[in-house]
Design a protein around this ligand. Structure first.
Ligand code: ASP
Ligand code: MG
Length: 449
């Protein structure tokens, strides 16, 4: 059994849903459980309309509801399932429920996290039955299952946490019997319910998390995340046109890349599955023949799996010939960042100085003022980060030399090799981040080894 999750762009309109249905039909031998997002853009519109209603703009909210209603009904028609009376009635009923929610919000003049969940869960409550109908239409024995019966969560609205034990029981009751009977269950991602049956959501982009939680609960053989890109690449293709598909990546490497803004998926959302040894694949629903990227805990350790980069970094340096050597000074310095809720990214120290990089400079003035107690503080703006990411980096004797050679005359402001040896981080001038990424990519991925 596999869990196949389709993101918003994979169910964005009838054409996309048609492609998705064909992909599922091609995988029936693997016993797929389908998890779907809302139609692309729907969740944003739902949140907007909830806020408009609460501000008293009920007309605006109702206009958005009508727009969404028209879009969903048009999709149902274009899929050729408009004669499914139950689907059309149920869809209409959901929009009536949504309109009532909007009216209630406009009366209350306030939107609580709980009522926002009730509204924003509508996208997946609407999409899952439509996807199930589209599958049935092409001969797949699909069955819609209300995800709220399965995804048991805490009552932390807007960021509810799954309750693994209850979910495992619910999967055995509501999902696995269908799989065993040769059916294809279709559930909405992102949504769940508390023990009292109140609708919750897992947080934006939560459908990947749903897929991973369901996959872990049912010991799936694999989890497939179907999106609109071919997978994870060796570099951002907008910067490095020669970037190539990564066919197999380790979970810790993927997490490292995500911290550099790789937006394909957030690794923390797939951690529950990967931890159980279930491989997670990223596939492109517009290019179903592609090989995709496989994420596991134990891909072979390569010195360099990918090149990452990040602009607009600020370096803060504290220099003090005497104080830094004193026990406790480091702790005191890092407490300044903590007190000011500023997270530190890269750190390098010497006997007389400590240098850190920050992405978030909201509280920089306060940080600098408080750090002055420990030495001379210098702030360098206009820096950028380039990094080599690879689990085998720390063990490689030639990689670092090769990286520094590739960078040639580009000036380095800081260098840091993570303790786990998974990334080599180089601070350069912001203006040369892209050039540095291209040079490193050329050295590690474009030259014959
Ligand atoms: N529809 C939800 C969102 O847009 C969940 C998801 O697509 O993953 O945040
Ligand atoms: Mg979405």
């Amino acid at each position: 059994m596999i869990v196949a999750k389709f993101g918003g762009t994979s169910v964005g309109d009838a054409e996309a849903i048609g492609r998705t249905a064909a992909i599922v039909r091609g995988r029936l031998d693997r016993q797929p459980v389908v998890v779907t997002s809302a139609l692309a853009g729907t969740t944003n519109r739902l949140i907007e309309l909830a806020q408009a209603a609460a501000k008293g703009d009920l007309i605006v909210a109702l206009t958005v509801i009508e727009e969404l209603r028209a879009r969903h009904l048009a999709t149902i028609d274009a899929l050729g399932v408009g004669d499914d009376a139950e689907l059309v009635t149920d869809t209409g009923a959901l929009f009536d429920e949504l309109a009532h929610l909007a009216e209630a919000l406009s009366v209350l003049g306030d939107v609580t996290a709980r009522s926002l969940d009730a509204v924003s869960a509508m996208g997946e409550r609407l999409s899952a039955p439509i996807v199930a109908a589209a599958l049935a239409r092409i001969g797949v024995p699909a069955v819609f299952v209300d995800a709220r019966k399965v995804m048991a969560t805490t009552d932390d609205h807007g960021r509810a946490e799954p309750r693994a034990d209850e979910i495992a029981v619910a999967c055995r009751t509501h999902v696995l019997p269908l799989v065993r009977a040769g059916k294809v269950p279709v559930l909405g991602g992102y949504i769940g319910a508390t023990a009292a049956g109140v609708t919750t959501t897992l947080g934006r982009g939560g459908s990947d998390y749903s897929a991973s939680i369901f996959g872990a609960a049912m010991d799936a053989e694999a989890i497939e995340i179907w999106t609109d890109v071919d997978g994870m690449l060796t570099a951002d293709p907008r910067v490095v046109p020669q970037a190539r598909l990564i066919e197999h990546i380790r979970f810790d490497e993927a997490a490292e890349l995500a911290s550099f803004g790789a937006k394909v998926l957030h690794p923390s959302t797939i951690a529950p599955a990967v931890r159980k040894g279930i491989p997670v694949f990223i596939f492109n629903s517009r290019n179903a023949a592609g090989r995709g990227t496989k994420i596991t805990f134990d891909a072979p350790r390569l010195p360099v799996r990918a090149i990452a980069g990040k602009s607009k970094t600020v370096v803060v340096r504290v220099r003090s010939p005497r104080m830094l050597a004193a026990p406790g000074t480091m702790r005191a310095i890092f407490e300044v960042f903590e007190r000011n809720r500023t997270s530190v990214d890269v750190v390098a120290t010497s006997e007389v100085s400590v240098s850190v990089t920050l992405d978030d400079v909201q509280h920089l003035d306060a940080v600098v003022a408080q750090l002055s107690a420990y030495g001379d503080v210098a702030v360098e703006r206009g820096r950028g980060i380039v990094a080599l990411v690879g689990a085998g980096l720390g063990e490689s004797t030639v990689t670092m030399a090769r990286a520094l050679t590739a960078l040639g005359d580009l000036r380095l402001h800081m260098v840091s090799l993570s303790a786990t040896g998974i990334n080599l981080t180089l601070i350069v001038d912001d203006a040369v981040v892209h050039e540095a990424m291209r040079r490193l990519h050329a050295a590690f991925f474009e030259e014959a080894a």
